[in-house]
Design a protein around this ligand. Structure first.
Ligand code: NAD
Length: 291
């Protein structure tokens, strides 16, 4: 058996097409959605992420601001920027790129963002709204993208066993809440670094989501035949034959798992493109709600 490949680029393009339409409608009503992206320091991966978010805004007609602070910036300086953006009527979405330098208390920064502009969905008010299934909140972009991939691929979740590997606030926990939510209706297990016999737990899954950060942790014998496998991991592994000296791989051993899974996301080209598409969706939602 060879798994069907879940094409994240294609599904993301569909989401972005919806976004284009929604931006057009909002603009007709006199609202231009605006996103501010704050980068503290010079982390190269963060620079790439920030630039791609700003570029995507441009492609969709969303106004964007990129605010870059030095790597020595103080907590007060970052808080001042957030405070200014909270009060800026051109800006509907604010995100501070993670990870900030060590002198910055990231949690305090997230709490300072107006929850109505917290398009990353990390503010405690939005975490609570997700748990409460209050649709006015913002769902973190990566798990929201994973759910959309499952839905777009016609994967049945109702009454099925879902296993999420990883319990971070960015991916694992919100993913579990989405899967157990009304309308999705999976029976959810969350596995993590202290789970005993991970393979046995994973084998229960009709839907398996891996968000760990360990290259190819999930092997063929972890996967039930026919399961849908969503690989969130983005890991750099050394590869002297690659131009850049490394290649990207997921948390799932793609080649061997493809032989047993019913469907699977590749890395790259699976969850990655969905994250940015869902960020655009959240920004548009914020613009709609704030006006
Ligand atoms: P994290 O480090 O915050 O969390 C990792 C989780 O994995 C933890 O909850 C931990 O308990 C669990 N874990 C660690 N070792 C384990 C083991 N041996 N067995 C079972 N569980 C174990 O990471 P994160 O922010 O949730 O990200 C996870 C991965 O997803 C990373 O590779 C990250 O780069 C990637 N990621 C991708 C996107 C995307 O857009 N595709 C977005 C966010 C994160």
């Amino acid at each position: 058996m060879s798994a069907e490949i879940i094409d994240g680029k294609k599904v993301a393009e569909d989401v972005l097409e919806e976004c284009r339409q929604e931006v057009k409608e909002l603009k007709e009503g006199g609202v231009v959605p605006g996103l501010a992206v704050v980068l503290v320091g010079e982390d190269p991966a963060s620079q790439v992420y920030v630039n791609s978010k700003v570029k995507k805004c441009g492609e969709l007609g969303i106004y964007s601001e990129k605010i870059v602070l030095s790597k020595e910036a103080s907590q007060e300086e970052v808080l001042d920027v957030v405070e200014r953006l909270n009060g800026d009527s051109k800006i509907h979405g604010i995100l501070v790129q993670s990870p900030p330098p060590p002198q910055i208390d990231e949690e305090a920064i997230v709490r300072a963002i107006d929850p109505r502009k917290d398009v990353d969905g990390f503010h405690p008010e939005n975490v609570a709204k997700l748990a409460l299934e209050d649709g006015s909140g913002f769902v973190p972009c990566t798990p929201a993208g994973c759910l959309r991939l499952l839905q777009a691929s016609g994967v049945e979740t109702k009454g099925k066993e879902a296993v999420v590997v990883g319990r971070s606030m960015i991916v694992g926990k919100p993913m579990a809440l989405l899967l157990v939510g009304r309308g999705v209706d999976a029976t959810v297990t969350v596995a993590h670094s202290r789970t005993s016999d991970l393979a046995e737990v994973c084998r229960r899954a009709d839907v398996l989501v891996a968000a760990v950060g360990i290259p190819e942790l999930i092997k063929r014998d972890f996967v039930k035949e026919g399961a849908a496998v969503i690989d969130v991991g983005i890991n750099r592994v050394d590869d002297p034959s690659a131009k850049r000296g490394y290649r990207l791989c997921g948390d799932v051993a793609y080649d061997e798992v493809s032989e047993v899974a019913g469907s699977i996301t590749p890395v790259p080209g699976g969850v990655g493109p969905m994250t940015i598409a869902m960020l655009m969706k959240n920004t548009i939602k914020a613009a709609r709600q704030i006006g």
